[in-house]
Design a protein. Structure first.
Length: 250
């Protein structure tokens, strides 16, 4: 009986050591979990900031297309991003809502690259140095045109004057069929002897020429210059999505 009591007293320090070790592991896992939460928050902030900046630019391009609706020749440049402004200010706004700070850059063609850092650190823990560690994340948002602008029609070459043939000496030359009588004498038939209507002059432009159709994926839009109520929206003209970046390929 005395030996049993002695063994029990020796085992008690071992129990204390095991419990202390388990408690340390639990606190360490808690620190790792907090770091993972911070990392997720940083990624959420980066994704939201990049998407917000890209959507703002998408809306700008859609408005620009509407403003130039009567100029189909400019559509292709707009869908390629001409006239798009830097919307990184929207990234800053969304990052602030997610308690983070970002560095944003407008990258060609039509994408935003965002690096986010959380304002809060992991905090004090059993792992040394975590009190000053802040989570970081990277995101890229791409603006992809969904429409195929019409091709610019080629310019019409200038009309060349008809060839002239030499006449008898002392008489002015004239193109065939102009100013000459038909064989057998008599007056030229109606329509001959005078240039065709509109010859040498540009045809009058129609007052309200229809705009070319705009194909967006599997839908064809027929915009009208005098009716802007049935036009595609920004989400019909451009797609905004997150894209993998080489910085994330680790």
């Amino acid at each position: 009986m005395i030996r049993a009591r002695h063994d029990t007293g020796q085992a008690f320090p071992i129990y204390l050591t095991v419990v202390a070790g388990l408690l340390f592991l639990a606190l360490a896992y808690l620190a790792v979990g907090q770091a993972a939460v911070n990392r997720g928050g940083a990624q959420t902030a980066a994704d939201a900031a990049a998407l917000a900046a890209a959507q703002e630019t998408r809306d700008q391009l859609a408005d620009l297309w509407r403003e130039n609706l009567d100029d189909p020749a400019s559509w292709r440049a707009i869908f390629e991003g001409a006239g798009a402004g830097d919307s990184c200010w929207r990234a800053d706004q969304l990052a602030a809502l997610n308690d983070a700070a970002v560095r944003c850059a407008f990258d060609a063609p039509l994408s935003y690259v965002v690096d986010a850092r959380t304002n809060k650190s992991v905090g004090d823990s059993v792992v040394p140095g975590t009190e000053n560690v802040q989570a970081t994340a990277h995101a890229r948002a791409v603006i992809e045109p969904l429409c195929t602008p019409p091709e610019t029609p080629p310019e019409t070459p200038p009309e060349t004057p008809p060839e002239t043939r030499p006449g008898p000496p002392g008489e002015p030359t004239a193109p065939p069929g102009e100013g000459s009588a038909p064989p057998g004498g008599g007056s030229p038939p109606p329509g001959e002897g005078s240039p065709p209507p509109g010859d040498g002059h540009e045809p009058p432009a129609p007052d309200d020429s229809p705009l070319p159709p705009l194909t967006c994926e599997d839908k064809v839009w027929h915009p009208q210059p005098d009716d802007t109520t049935d036009l595609p929206g920004p989400e019909d003209l451009f797609d905004v999505h997150l894209a993998d970046s080489p910085a994330n390929d680790r």
